[in-house]
Design a protein around this ligand. Structure first.
Ligand code: AMP
Length: 586
């Protein structure tokens, strides 16, 4: 088998690495860069541009230039270009194709296999979409691995003692923070947090706005109306930003930026690091809370961290490094290039499949990732009953026995849900299927085992088996979905907000369910006792049963109010007293 490349398919930039002589080598693209902008453009003539070429012409061809397609992975987003609709997978595949070709040109041999990285919080659909993009690009995707896990592999942190590591990843458009635990031959993601709309582009934008204002002050010209000029300013701003990571001052010099009645105007503005730090202070500070959140989620304080790794080009900014140090109290590891270590880690993982020997012990590692969100099935009352909690290490398999809600029910619908909310309707429906052929029996008798299997790539397989007949149905959750990163974040925020409201609703549903179960038993007993009891006992019992039945029917599980739950409790109490007073066993 040939070599396996490691690909960091980033929101703003992508990177590809290959293992040579036991060490990762970052592949330089034909444009001379070690990372490639994750940008795709289509020209008038239908030609495709990828990477730097696409980014350059964005200002004059904005409608047909696509940036940050990674944000759309796994949802139904489609982009219409020249009358053809493209899915996020197809656009990503165009980027992957270029990376693959660059690697082939570098190696002088054909490449078929790859390991691709994704953010640790990517859900099943997003992972699947990434895998599909690889396939579309003609790659056999051997493994999808988490970005922080790849970074840890690149740092060879599997050596020695077990340790907890914070991976702080500030790229071009996203901020991710993960706490990982490196143990005996495994790397486990303990927690993830971040800000999906924070990255180097925001820092560029602050400089752009500053330059526009300064230009206005001296030249009295509103340069922001000129798209091409703004694009030039943006490129210069990013360059200045990068220089300011090394130097205390940068110069933005753009000759002939504007021309009009008064002749040509040039931009020549100095920007100091102090000004840059002032302009971007709030952006840097926005990374604090997610770091604290991730630590809290992992159940540790900063003092419990053994190491801090910086990932993403924007962590080269001195103020960013300073803030990381101030939150964690640790000097972050900086000996690898932050924008390359994820791809390097991916190729180390890839080399395991290629049978190559990696310098160090990284080749022995068993990667252990976690499920980003909880997985449940819908049960009576619209409740989402969890089988797998979020942050459970994968691969994993969990089973639980369920039963039927109605008498002589011969089929059940299994709805598979992803999310943290208590009720099915508030979570993401990943898929559903029907188990048929269940043996006819009274409600509560059949035993249906539902199993969730999540493989090492985070792909979910669900099966339901009637233990009575052995009949089984299963699905693999493969479809793309509408759940974006924003939706996950919103779902989590909502979950917190609605937690108390939901707890009350859930309690009411539980009261109803328990009352119904009790009523069912009394009905059975009533049926069995025949004429054993005299008529007055039976009519009292019947009256109480029908009162409770009425209350239960009135309270619809999905809309049940607290008052209705109270009425059910009253009717239930009355029935209980009656059954006890007549010595009826239920
Ligand atoms: P990534 O997506 O990890 O490649 O990060 C890309 C972001 O890092 C872009 O916003 C770059 O402008 C930024 N970046 C790259 N190098 C530097 C640097 N030396 N100083 C500051 N930002 C940088």
């Amino acid at each position: 088998m040939g070599k396996v490349i490691g690909i960091d398919l980033g929101t703003t930039n992508s990177c590809v690495a290959i293992l040579e002589a036991g060490a990762p080598v970052i592949i330089t693209n034909p444009e001379g860069s070690r990372t490639t902008p994750s940008a795709v453009a289509f020209t008038d003539s239908g030609e495709r541009l990828v990477g730097e070429a696409a980014k350059r012409q964005a200002a004059v061809n904005a409608d047909r230039t696509i940036f940050s397609i990674k944000r759309q992975m796994g949802n139904d987003y489609r982009i219409n270009i020249n009358g053809k609709k493209y899915s996020p997978q197809e656009i990503s595949a165009i980027i992957l194709q270029k990376l693959k070709k660059d690697a082939q040109d570098y190696l002088g041999e054909s490449i078929t296999d790859a390991v691709i990285t994704v953010p640790a919080y990517f859900n099943d659909s997003q992972r699947q979409a990434t895998r599909d993009a690889g396939r579309i690009a003609g790659l056999n995707v051997r493994r999808i691995i988490n970005e922080p896990t790849a970074a840890a592999l690149a740092y060879g942190l599997d050596h020695g003692e077990s340790q907890k590591v914070l991976v702080y990843d500030l790229g071009g458009g996203t901020f991710d923070v993960s706490v990982i635990e490196i143990g005996d031959n495994l790397i486990e993601v303990l927690a993830t947090s971040g800000d999906n709309h924070l990255g180097g582009d925001d820092f560029d934008e602050r400089i752009v706005q500053y330059l526009i204002q300064e230009f206005k002050k001296t030249e009295k010209i509103k340069i922001e109306k000129d798209a091409v000029a703004v694009q030039r300013i943006r490129e210069a701003a990013e360059k200045a930003k990068k220089e300011l990571s090394q130097l205390t001052q940068a110069n933005v010099n753009l000759p002939f930026l504007w021309s009009g009645k008064g002749g040509a105007k040039h931009m020549d503005i100095n920007i100091t690091r102090a000004v840059f730090d002032r302009l971007t202070e709030d952006l840097v500070n926005r990374t604090r809370q997610p770091v604290l959140d991730a630590l809290a989620q992992a159940g540790i304080t900063a003092a419990g961290l053994d190491k801090v790794i910086l990932v993403g080009g924007s962590t080269r900014i001195p103020a960013v490094q300073a803030v990381v140090k101030s939150i964690t109290g640790k000097e972050p590891c900086k000996n690898l290039n932050p924008d390359e270590c994820v791809a390097a880690g991916a190729c180390i993982q890839g080399s395991k499949f290629g049978g190559e020997i990696v310098a160090g012990a990284a080749s022995d590692i068993i990667l252990m990732d976690v499920t980003p969100l909880s997985l449940s099935i819908e049960t009576i009352g619209g409740v989402a009953t969890k089988l797998i909690d979020r942050n459970t290490p994968i691969p994993t398999r969990q089973s639980q026995i369920f039963t039927t809600a109605g008498n002589f029910q011969t089929s059940v619908d299994i709805k598979v849900l992803q999310g943290e909310r208590r009720f099915a309707r508030d979570n993401k429906l990943l898929g559903n299927f029907r188990l048929t052929g269940i043996k006819r029996a009274l409600a509560g008798v059949p035993q249906i085992e539902v199993s969730f299997d999540i493989d090492a790539n985070g792909i979910v397989n669900v099966s339901a088996r009637d233990l009575g007949t052995g009949r089984q149905q299963n699905i693999t959750i493969t479809s793309s979905s509408n759940l974006t990163e924003e939706e996950i974040e919103r779902a989590e925020r909502d979950a917190q907000m609605y937690a108390s409201e939901e707890a009350a609703h859930r309690e009411a549903v539980d009261i109803r369910n328990n009352a119904e179960a009790y009523l069912y038993k009394v009905e059975q007993a009533y049926h069995d006792m025949g004429k054993k009891f005299d008529r007055s006992v039976r009519s009292n019992l019947k009256a109480d049963m029908s009162e409770l039945r009425k209350r239960i029917v009135k309270a619809k599980p999905d809309k049940i109010t607290y008052e209705q739950a109270g009425e059910i409790m009253q009717a239930l109490e009355k029935l209980k007293q009656t059954t006890v007073s007549y010595g009826i066993q239920v």
